[in-house]
Ligand binder design. Structure first.
Ligand code: 5GP
Length: 215
């Protein structure tokens, strides 16, 4: 992996039902310089999901072969299924100068903390656990057992991020936390994070040095 790819990488995590997919869809529609990193997963597609757009839906054997080949920048098990970010999903767009947004759970984000040190990490939380539960049930895509497991895991993830405010453990080291109580504001918040990262001093200086004749 190129240590400083031309495009920026944004890693967004948050409990199931925190509204990540809606938020990302809106941000991608609002900013044409940002693209979505399509993950691989062994879970079955939900109604309306499209292979190659929402996920690459693969069987476990294909997933494990890709792990063996070192084809994932990170991967994790979630709810009995495997999820992973392929190298191409990040390297290909960033090499073309596009910024990439990934949606990964916290274990995967912790792995990316090691391999993509310059990525920007954002955690999305719901306004409350009650709201999260309502959203998960309202979605109607998972059965009761899955909903209960996801709620337990969501609480653990939020706890982890709250308790590790200093970023001692890679599991909790998110630079930004967005509360998704109002989706318009949450979208604006994430767009601000993206905009601010683009004008970070180090990044601008690196690209402008030559232009100003300082190299
Ligand atoms: P879902 O099944 O609801 O689409 O996703 C379940 C969880 O897997 C979510 O927390 C989502 O952010 C996470 N996820 C999606 N893609 C990836 C990935 O490539 N890697 C990891 N580690 N988690 C992912």
């Amino acid at each position: 992996m190129n240590a400083s790819p031309p495009g920026l990488v944004f890693v967004v995590s948050g409990p199931s039902g925190s509204g990540k997919s809606t938020l990302l869809r809106r941000v991608l529609a609002a900013d044409s310089q940002v693209c979505f990193s399509v993950s691989h997963t062994t879970r079955a597609p939900r109604a309306g999901e499209v292979d190659g757009r929402d996920y690459w839906f693969v069987d476990e054997q294909a997933f494990r072969e890709r792990i063996e080949r070192g084809g994932f920048l990170e991967w994790a098990e979630y709810g009995g299924h495997l999820y992973g970010t392929s190298r191409e999903a990040i390297c290909e767009p960033t090499a073309r100068g596009l910024d990439v947004i990934l949606e990964v759970e916290v274990q995967g984000a912790a792995q990316l903390r090691q391999s993509l040190a310059e990525a920007v990490f954002v955690f999305l939380i719901p306004p409350s656990l009650d709201v999260l539960e309502q959203r998960l049930r309202g979605r109607g895509t998972e059965d009761e057992d899955v909903i209960c497991k996801r709620l337990v895991r969501s609480r653990e993830e939020i706890h982890l991020v709250f308790e590790d405010g200093d970023g001692d453990s890679p599991l909790g080291s998110y630079e930004y936390v967005i509360v998704n109580d109002d989706v318009d504001r949450a979208v604006a918040d994430l767009l601000h994070v993206v905009g601010a990262a683009r004008v970070a001093r180090q990044r601008v200086v690196a690209s402008q040095r030559q232009h100003f004749g300082f190299d």
